[in-house]
Design a protein around this ligand. Structure first.
Ligand code: WT7
Length: 649
């Protein structure tokens, strides 16, 4: 019988936690063991660190699994844990330093943030938005996007943040799906030196739309906009008039906090549902322990609030912990490719949380850019969104972390709400490319096709065997799809859809989506391991591989490679790269073809779209491209891919 997924890549390097960090880390040394002994007791202890109005009378109700309920009977308003209690202690502590792309900046205290949240909440109330309603938020990374989210939470309305780079059609689909009553937007947002017309897209999305009665518009881009009297309201005219007191709506722990759509590579986007009590417990606990936040830290998560990373680790997790964060509005290459490093230097950022796609882009741009800035304030680095190839991990460690900073590679999903598999920086010895072990209280395992746990040293499918507080509560409006997608692969177990292997030390190595696994001559090979072997070569910054149909081997590996710096691809390099992969992980994984490309097709959140590369490799018409961020690259790759160079050397 063949392995569910082969284990090919062996990584020998490891990095123990720095002594200074370990000795004063937030996470107790025995936290994993204690939580394993009684997971519910662990979550109760974490939940008690929040501000509740009424205590719960049952920790977990599993009587209608997989429709689990946490902290049953408890009530709270998440904004009290995030704002009021900190304002009572010290209203002048900075919540956010914000820098606009053009270079303007603001600093906002917890006191100011609470006042603006209340004013905005009152403005929403005046528009007859209240508990049970849903508000679409379609903005860029301005402080007011955080205000808008919290204002909804204050009055018990759910927010549905739609990434500000999505089209009018995508916005419309999401507005309709949850029947939004209002939209909060901007005239335009700054991106790479120009203004993206958000309000125009909102106008287009609302043509013939019935449920949206009001649109609140922040002025930012100062671009001209059309105006519909009665429906449209300027933020600067409405919000400052409002009272800065707004009593927080008392919410059941299981009341809706937000809906967030995941693209899903095919089919209608899924509206992932998160509720108040369990979600805040999960994000608050993980933020404190994984990022080891201290009073004097300056934390920067580079995500956008349009993704779950922004919800959990820009807004709710940091604010619940009274953190001070940096928010940056624009792209990393404006006005120059060293903007991020300049920001770290200017603000003295101590904790940086970003994505492998960004790290590999910086590898491509070269280390002299971060090398030209003072990054010594950094003490901890994080990664999320995709498997981080060991060589990208090492680059991050050396050129950003200056070999001083632990890296927390955090595995989780929109659906999981908070971080699930991760090092704890004062406890865990890290290995480049491994997300290491489950967070305390999380019951993650690797199983084979039949659902049996695999032995150490083997690959298989990741599963979560017990519910956890911040888990999704469903797909909006589609309970059957919820059961089918997440709970039907193995009875009673959550199925995230990712491949994973477990090494001899019990460390977990995420291997990419199960759907992307390649079947080469009867061997199941993960995309991640072949890509990591390619990125291991000194000339390579980034790689994507797919299995394309092949008469002889079933599938053959087609590789797409982005080179570092100014390197150019040539035939000898193709031979060398194939040899490199064979040496690193074995001849079975040698790509049959290699195409050099300046970039890879990616989703707007930066994930490689292997499905499109497969379409190109099999010379098919391209499938759904609506979630593609960089459309032009597909044509460029297609031209390159039809060039036979590199085919079966
Ligand atoms: C999928 C979830 C979680 C916030 C951002 C993405 C992949 C995420 C890692 C990681 C390997 C990772 C998985 C997962 N993924 N983090 N550290 N190592 N893979 O949220 O858009 O819901 O995507 O991203 O495939 O299932 P998302």
């Amino acid at each position: 019988m063949s392995e569910t997924i082969e284990n090919l890549f062996q990584e020998e390097r490891s990095f123990p936690p720095p002594e200074a960090l370990a000795s004063r880390a937030n996470a107790r040394p025995r936290i994993h063991q204690e939580a394993a002994a009684d997971p519910q007791a662990f979550w109760v202890e974490e939940a008690k660190k929040l501000q509740w109005k009424q205590p719960w009378d049952q920790v977990l109700d599993d009587s209608e699994a997989p429709f689990y309920r946490w902290f049953v009977g408890g009530t709270l308003n998440v904004t009290e844990s995030c704002l009021d209690r900190h304002v009572a202690a010290n209203p002048d502590r900075i919540a956010f330093h914000w820098e606009g792309e053009p270079g303007d900046s603001r600093s906002i205290t917890y006191g100011e943030l609470l006042a603006e949240v209340c004013r905005t909440a009152n403005a929403l109330k005046k528009m007859e938005v209240g508990k049970g309603d849903t508000v679409a938020i379609y903005m860029g990374m301005v402080p007011e996007i955080v205000v808008a989210m919290l204002a909804c939470a204050r009055i018990g309305a759910a927010h549905s943040v739609v990434f500000g780079g999505f089209s009018a059609d995508s916005l419309r689909e999401r507005i309709d799906d949850c029947a939004c009553k209002a939209v909060i937007t901007q005239d335009g947002s700054w991106r790479r030196g120009s203004v993206f017309p958000l309000k125009k897209n909102v106008d287009d999305s609302l043509i013939g739309q019935q449920t949206v009665k009001n649109v609140l518009v922040l002025r930012r881009g100062e671009n001209p906009v059309d105006w519909q009297e009665g429906r449209d309201h300027w933020w600067h005219e409405v919000v400052p008039e409002m009272s800065d007191i707004c009593e927080p709506e008392e919410m059941d722990a299981e009341d809706l906090l937000f809906i967030l759509y995941t693209s899903g590579s095919t089919g209608k986007p899924k509206g992932i549902v998160h509720t108040c009590g369990g979600y805040l417990t999960g994000v608050s606990s993980t933020f404190r322990n994984v990022f080891d936040i201290k009073d004097d830290d300056l934390y920067w998560c580079t995500a956008d609030c349009g993704w779950v990373t922004g919800h959990s680790y820009i807004v709710y997790g940091p604010l619940a912990n009274n953190a001070t964060s940096l928010i940056y509005e624009g792209t990393p290459d404006h006005p120059q490719q060293d903007r991020w490093w300049k920001l770290i230097e200017k603000y003295g950022v101590t904790i940086l949380y970003t994505a492998p796609t960004a790290i590999r882009t910086f590898m491509k741009w070269g280390e002299s850019l971060p090398g030209g800035c003072d990054l010594t304030s950094l003490r901890l680095l994080g990664s999320v969104g995709e498997p981080i190839n060991p060589e990208a991990w090492m680059w991050y460690h050396e050129h950003i972390g200056q070999q001083q900073c632990p890296i927390v590679d955090t595995w989780w999903q929109t659906e999981t709400g908070s971080i699930m598999i991760t090092p704890l920086p004062g406890i865990t010895t890290t290995k480049p490319g491994s997300a290491t072990t489950p967070y305390p209280g999380i019951d993650a395992h690797v199983v084979d096709d039949d659902g049996n746990r695999v032995e150490r040293g083997h690959g298989g499918i990741l599963v979560i065997d017990s519910p956890w507080p911040s888990m999704l509560r469903g797909i909006h409006g589609d309970p059957e799809r919820y059961k089918e997608v997440y709970w039907s692969r193995f009875e009673g177990t959550y199925f995230p859809g990712d491949g994973c292997k477990i090494d001899e030390d019990g460390y977990l190595w995420l291997l990419g989506r199960i759907d992307d696994v390649m079947l080469i001559s009867g061997h199941n090979i993960s995309t991640t391991e072949v890509e990591s072997a390619l990125v291991d070569h000194a000339s390579v910054a980034e790689a994507a591989v797919v299995g394309r149909a092949d008469d002889r081997t079933g599938q053959a590996i087609a590789a797409f490679v982005v080179l570092r710096g100014s390197e150019v691809g040539h035939d000898e390099l193709i031979v060398e790269l194939r040899k490199h992969v064979a040496n690193k992980i074995g001849p079975i994984a040698k790509p049959a073809s290699i195409v050099f490309t300046p970039d890879l097709p990616k989703t707007r959140s930066g994930k490689i779209m292997r499905r499109l590369l497969k379409d190109i490799s099999e010379k098919r018409k391209l499938g759904d491209v609506t979630t593609l961020a960089n459309a032009d690259i597909v044509e460029a790759i297609r031209d390159g891919a039809t060039d036979p160079a590199g085919e079966d050397h």
